[in-house]
Design a protein around this ligand. Sequence first.
Ligand code: CAA
Ligand code: FAD
Length: 377
Amino acid sequence: MDFNFTPDQLDLQKMVKDFVAKEITPHALEMDKEGVVPPDLWKKLDEAGLLNLTVPEEYDGPGLDALSIALIYEELGKGCAGVATTTAANALASYPVVLLGTDAQKRKMFDVINNGKLAAFALTEPGAGSDAGAVATTAVKDGDNYIINGTKCFITNGGIADIYIIFANTRKTAGIRGLTAFIVERDTPGFSVGKEEEKMGIRASNTCELVLENVCIPAANRIGREGEGFKIAMKTLDAARPFVGAVSVGLAQAAFELAVKYSKERVQFDKPIASFQLVQAMLADMAMQIEAARLLVYKACWLKDQGVSYTKESAIAKCFAADTAMKVTTDAVQVLGGYGYSKEYPAEKYMRDAKIMQIYEGTNQIQRLVIANNILY
Ligand code: CAA
Ligand code: FAD
């Protein structure tokens, strides 16, 4: 077993660490307050090569392995989980095309994200959250086209993307087996962005409803075969869930570092609070949980890079790291006491940001179902 990173991975990690320290961390509280990522940061993220991480080399992308991508998301998660979520949505949306896209589909999708623009992955609907197979959006074949009708909700980058992966049902009576994946471009007539969500955390990220009214797209935009959409969605989520884990690890690490620093500086009863064993126990638990979460995330990515099955490990990594982020950020607020609850310090932002890690890309209850299914059947 080798716990060393390659020189390329170390260089990449350092580059992103420096980028985050300069361009993201100093602006994270402002982005949280305003609820947007400023346009000049998009430009810088693009110039740093952080928007097209999953694009293969033959399509002018960096051709990175999953472990390298996880290292990047961990660093981005330390700076701002909202920014990390927005960039990770590009990776999520690109996977259906990476997995099964034709050459033309790859060029269409990768041209967008190679050029500093955003993509979105639209599976969830008002009636289809955890039960992803219950998608009610329909796609009806009409000659060489499909006509799509329906509503998607909670879509990351929904209001600011140029290209979308839309899951729709091509055979209503077939349930899960009727789901099909399509590429829909933003300027297609009938496609519109609905309400934007006002959120508890990851406020820099954009989350919107999408409305599709008689959206006509060429059949050439269908990814894979009719009815293959559910498996495409599941394989995409297998690939992407460890990255939620990586963002969670980064977020937890940032909260932990703040708690350690504060505990050494804050004096009560004439001693730094770090000298109290009950505070030390919280710090020790944080360190243990972060280390375990990090190793689970790296292992899931390593398995993917080996080309072996990793559905269970992907769910374990996402679930454990998200629970870790929630626990560690909550305890970081506790270590800072009243100052942890105040907006004067970023601890409360970390705690608000951590909650979504247990909800999106499949709730942690769903991850436990996936893990159990893989153990039992
Ligand atoms: N890989 C390949 N195939 C898979 C698979 C996987 N990981 N998981 C399931 N399948 C296949 C099964 O083998 C089965 O195939 P057959 O019918 O041929 O046997 C089929 O899919 C149906 O599987 P299940 O019976 O397990 O399906 P289910 O209805 O019980 O649902 C579920 C399974 C795990 C609950 C799934 O619905 C799920 O993951 N739900 C959560 C939805 C989710 O994660 N949404 C995230 C949206 S994106 C997002 O949130 C992004 C963001 O925030 C930025
Ligand atoms: P529900 O499915 O209604 O779940 C409610 C509760 O019931 C949860 O606690 C859940 O765990 C529990 N539950 C449900 N079914 C079961 C079961 N079988 N066993 C045990 N417990 C169960 N979706 C996208 O497609 N693309 C995106 O880009 C995207 N981005 C998002 C960004 C944000 C900020 C948010 C909030 C959501 C986003 N989502 C996105 C949607 C997200 O994936 C769903 O919210 C999530 O899958 C849960 O679905 P739901 O909200 O409908 O909750």
